[in-house]
Design a protein around this ligand. Sequence first.
Ligand code: AMP
Ligand code: ZN
Length: 137
Amino acid sequence: MRETDCIFCKIAAGEIPSKTIYEDERFRVILDISPATKGHALIISKEHYANIYELPEEMAASAMVLAKKLAAHMTEILQCDGFNIIQNNREPAGQTVFHFHMHLIPRYKGDGNQEKICWNHLELSQEELEDICQKLS
Ligand code: AMP
Ligand code: ZN
């Protein structure tokens, strides 16, 4: 399944050229065109799933195993000092390309980004924490 107007479907199918660093039957891994750091890459599913909600469980498992392998490989080759794996879902969470992908971001001491890719910290009461915990458990 693919969507005709989806740029990542076209990249995954090889119809739009990309800097591909890995490919198998399920995924293509490319360098991000607007990278956070040197080596920033994207694991892109070959089939079109808009986000993690649509992604089948076995694809999610394979994506995470691939992310782990590539984190080790890229860290060795690029000699980076740390590594972020980030995956955005839907617009309020920062997703801009609505085809499932995972960001692999090598991190270097003093690379100019905040160490922690970043969120504000809420101060919630014990009651609010308890309420959320009960709803989710
Ligand atoms: P997200 O904001 O999580 O949806 O991430 C989308 C990412 O795709 C961004 O980091 C973009 O820089 C990257 N991107 C968009 N178009 C291309 C492209 N043609 N080739 C490589 N990366 C792209
Ligand atoms: Zn797509």
